[in-house]
Design a protein around this ligand. Structure first.
Ligand code: AGP
Length: 369
């Protein structure tokens, strides 16, 4: 096992640190920005169907569902097709309206999640086309779908999903760009620019990972907190959910992720000097609004940990701690902003003496209802 951990103390830490490579592996042979090429083998025969779909339905559970939520923003922004993101466990029992004009994307690291598998069977029985985004080659979900793209992140052993999440987003981003280009909903110039930017992500993740020591210090300060709030907007809203899930599952600290603007509709009542609030406040279209949410938390003496874009000075003056990540296109920010949140939950869990790789009550894949 020590050999498999490759010198790391835990699989989770190894997998967090593998992300520059796993994202590059996921894009290898598919993305060639210089020549404007983007090829997803599994999509070839279904591109027409995908392009003409009236609606995209994404179904998944847990972290994979969070990747699906990021994809909702990606597909709607680039391809202008309406998207619905469904918890597989709800979707399968809701008697949902599905037709042959729907393109269903099922996302699963393990490819064995019972609820996701059942959601696929239901959509299939209604005539929809099902596309799988799985990590495990030959898994049940990979076999049950009409077509799919593997995430190629390599085996993920830690129960808390890390590198599978960023690989899922990478595949979904490539799908959204391809679809947008085919449909003419993004210009050639923008398409070329986005491909080039996507190619820089592995090296930017590498840079983001270097913040580990700083995050460890922050973890030490907050390891005994009983609650955490994670807030983000737009593309960073799913990241807030993911950050909270990571903390909950491995450190057993109660954490909630919320869209930052929803804070005033309830969670703001929780804020006092005991409440750490993690803001994902990168320089994007909702930056100014998130900054005013930070002010609101500060006025109520909440402790602020903010993930910001490199060079940010505004938030630095307001937050108790800032974590600076490299700048990128707004649509790709989740691939970078989730990294410090993974590290934060990891360090807090280790400091609390938790079993990071195998947290209590959880299994790597949930193959029963
Ligand atoms: C992630 O950290 C969780 N352990 C869990 O939410 C997981 O993402 C979920 O069970 C879905 O698994 P899958 O991707 O293998 O289908």
């Amino acid at each position: 096992e020590a050999i498999e951990k490759g010198g790391y103390e835990h699989f989770m830490l190894k997998e967090i640190n593998e992300q520059p490579r796993s994202i590059a592996d996921c894009m290898r042979g598919r993305l060639d920005a210089k020549n404007g090429r983007l090829v997803l083998g599994g999509l070839r025969d279904y591109l027409n169907k995908f392009q003409n779909a009236e609606r995209i339905i994404i179904t998944a559970c847990g972290t994979s569902w969070h990747a699906g939520l990021v994809a909702e923003y990606l597909f709607e922004e680039f391809a202008r097709i309406p998207v619905e993101v469904e918890y597989a466990s709800e979707f399968r029992y809701r008697n949902p309206v599905i037709s042959e004009k729907d393109f269903v994307i099922a996302i699963s690291q393990s490819g064995e999640t019972a609820d996701t598998l059942a959601a696929i069977e239901l959509a299939k029985s209604k005539g929809a086309t099902i596309f799988g985004v799985c990590n495990v080659v030959g898994s049940s979900i990979a076999r049950a779908t009409h077509a799919g793209s593997y995430t190629h992140a390599g085996p993920e052993i830690g129960v808390a999903s890390t590198k599978a999440f960023t690989a899922q987003i990478s595949v979904l981003a490539m799908m959204a760009l391809k679809l947008g280009y085919q449909r003419g909903t993004i210009s050639e110039a923008r398409y070329m620019h986005l491909l080039a930017e996507l190619e820089t992500i592995p090296s930017k993740v590498e840079r983001a990972l270097k913040l580990n020591d700083k995050i460890k210090e922050i973890a030490w300060e907050y390891k005994d907190s009983r609650n955490f709030l994670y807030l983000g907007r737009g593309y960073n809203f799913p990241v807030a959910l993911e950050g909270a899930l990571k903390l909950k599952e491995i450190s057993y600290i109660h954490a909630e992720g919320y869209p930052a603007a929803e804070m005033k509709h309830g969670p703001i009542a929780l804020i006092d000097q005991e409440m750490p609030v993690v803001f994902i406040a990168t320089k994007d279209s909702s930056y100014e609004k998130v900054v005013s949410n930070i002010q609101e938390v500060k006025a109520r003496k909440g402790r602020i940990i903010a993930v910001v874009t490199e060079g940010d000075t505004t938030v630095k003056h307001m937050a108790d701690h800032t974590i600076e990540i490299p700048e990128t296109e707004e649509a790709f920010v989740p691939l970078l902003s989730v990294i410090p949140l993974q590290q934060l939950s990891y360090h807090i869990a280790v400091m609390r003496g938790c079993n990071v790789d195998q947290p209590r009550n959880l299994a790597k894949s949930v193959t029963v209802e």
